[in-house]
Design a protein around this ligand. Structure first.
Ligand code: SIN
Length: 509
């Protein structure tokens, strides 16, 4: 195709994994990084609490591994997790060299704790704006590399496939122009899919594009039933779900039910710092009255002394203040919201997918590092470690022969409203699931729509959400047990004999 633009590498997504990879790739050829909104807008920039990293030596590395494996509820790929915790300190040292300003006290890096961590090992920046600060530093570094072209407001329509290899992408710019970019390797670093649910901490860009496009192209997709619900999103009528970082509980916040009781002792010995899936389900249960009515659960920091909460959590405090609430004075209403997808495009520890020349890193990928439930604050670290690892292997990909651009593997047109899809997923495939509800979801998603896919961002995103929803529902139906973030009311017990394995789906949707 005569008008294809030629690059060595295309990176889809400008969050932590994409930018870290692009920096590594810049030494080996021309890199195009595309993102569908402004460069600063990604899941990364909303990450509040921090980045977990074992910077206190070998013992801490081993404990970080143990904590990661324990949180993952029997499904963590231990080799991947070992790489994460061992390479994490090196990647974070690089971030410090690149002028990432983590919070310090008397010159020393401050370390906090979140759920299921056995010690304080979480770095944070500007109190509760860690992702934004890391994103700023990486973007500044990438912008200084002459081999990197950063293109914002550009959606990726589809992967281009030639035989069993991905050879480029089709792109849609803000004016509706479609172009093709050809490359010897493509990295999906497009983040998560929280928008598949009506209640999510994720921004509107999180529509599962990379997972859907990889599935349309025939790549293997893994562990989609494991969607992590963050226990504490702000719950005010008419107000968007806003993340109330687990670091609040790390600094001593309690959870109280409608009767004012602390209830976590009934659910886990670690109380408010139990693994996320346990806390999220406990809040859901405490929030349901005997007749099915909703009862409000609160986060309570009124007893916390010796910490200036407004200074430690400036972003959260400012958001709460807009709604007349203060951490040190008020009970804060909370409920769970979809937060992080442990599953995704199946990769090895170097980001290789099941398709040649296609790589994935960060939330879009599934290395198995999180198993069935991600340990808090391991996701920024994952983006850094596996973004860098994928890029090192991509650099070795040989040039493409000839001028082949293959065929674009497009998704399908979807004929129902996004809000209906999101509500249905929340109710039937959310935090507590069962076979009957999942089959209803399957029937909803199976409704046929005639006509061609329209090349508009909203139509592409809806198609991608539909594809991701289908993958979640199919995987959740097949896993007839409860493990980590996947809880089946009709199969409430973990079943290691039948299900201690990953779920792999393959084939065009
Ligand atoms: C949080 O700040 O609670 C979110 C951190 C994470 O998801 O790891």
């Amino acid at each position: 195709m005569a008008n294809a633009e030629l690059f060595d590498f295309v990176v889809v997504g400008a969050g932590i994994a994409g930018l870290r990879a692009a920096i590594e790739l810049a030494g080996a050829g021309r890199v195009l990084v595309v993102t569908k909104e402004a460069l600063e807008e990604s899941n990364t920039s909303y990450a509040q609490g921090g980045i977990a990293v074992a910077i206190s030596g070998a013992e801490d590395v081993e404990l970080h591994l143990e904590d990661t494996v324990a949180a993952g509820d029997g499904l963590v790929d231990v080799d991947a997790a070992r790489l994460l915790v061992e390479e994490g300190p090196l990647r974070v040292a690089e971030l410090l060299e690149w002028d990432t300003r983590f919070d310090r006290e008397n010159g020393e890096l401050m370390l906090t704790r979140e759920g299921a961590h056995s010690r304080n090992r979480i770095l944070h920046a500007n109190g509760d704006a860690t992702g934004a600060e890391i994103g700023r530093a990486l973007l500044a570094h990438a912008q200084a590399e002459k081999n990197i072209e950063l293109r914002d407001w550009t959606s990726t329509i589809a992967l281009r496939v030639d035989g069993d290899a991905v050879v480029g992408v089709d792109l849609l710019d803000r004016e509706g122009r479609v172009t093709t970019a050809r490359a010897r390797a493509v990295l999906l670093a497009s983040g998560g899919a929280g928008q598949v649910y009506s209640d999510t901490t994720n921004p509107v860009v999180a529509t599962g594009d990379g997972i859907a496009m990889a599935a349309y192209a025939g790549a293997e997709i893994e562990d989609m039933e494991f969607y992590q619900f963050h226990p504490t999103a702000l719950s005010l009528p008419g107000v968007q779900r806003f993340l109330l970082s687990e670091a609040l509980r790390g600094e001593g916040a309690y959870l109280r039910n409608a009767a004012g009781e602390r209830f976590m002792e009934r659910y886990h010995a670690l109380l408010e710092l139990a693994p996320r899936d346990v806390v999220a389900r406990a809040i859901t249960r405490e929030g349901m009255g005997p007749e099915g009515e909703t009862r409000v659960v609160h986060l309570d920091m009124r007893h916390v002394k010796g910490v200036d909460l407004a200074a430690r959590f400036p972003g959260i405090s400012a958001f709460l203040a807009r709604h007349g609430l203060r951490l040190d004075r008020d009970l804060i209403p909370v409920r769970p919201a979809a937060h992080y997808l442990m599953g995704g495009v199946r990769t090895d520890v170097d980001g290789r997918t099941s398709l040649k020349r296609l790589y994935a890193a960060g939330e879009v990928a599934c290395t198995g590092v999180h198993g069935a439930n991600r340990l808090a604050s391991n996701s920024l670290l994952e983006g850094l470690v596996f973004g860098a690892r994928a890029a090192r292997v991509m650099r070795e990909e040989p040039e493409l022969a000839g001028a082949e651009v293959g065929e674009a593997r497009l998704g399908r047109r979807v004929g129902f409203a996004k809000a209906d899809l999101q509500q249905m997923m929340w109710q039937k495939a959310g935090l507590l699931r069962d076979g009957a509800g999942l089959r209803e979801a399957e029937a909803f998603l199976g409704r046929e729509t005639a006509g061609e896919l329209e090349l508009r961002r909203d139509a592409l995103e809806l198609g991608n959400l539909h594809a991701v929803a289908g993958l979640i529902v199919r995987s959740a139906l097949a896993r007839e047990e409860s493990r980590g973030a996947h809880f089946r009311r009709d199969f409430p017990v973990r079943d290691d004999v039948g299900f201690q394995r990953h779920s792999v789906l393959r084939g065009s949707l």
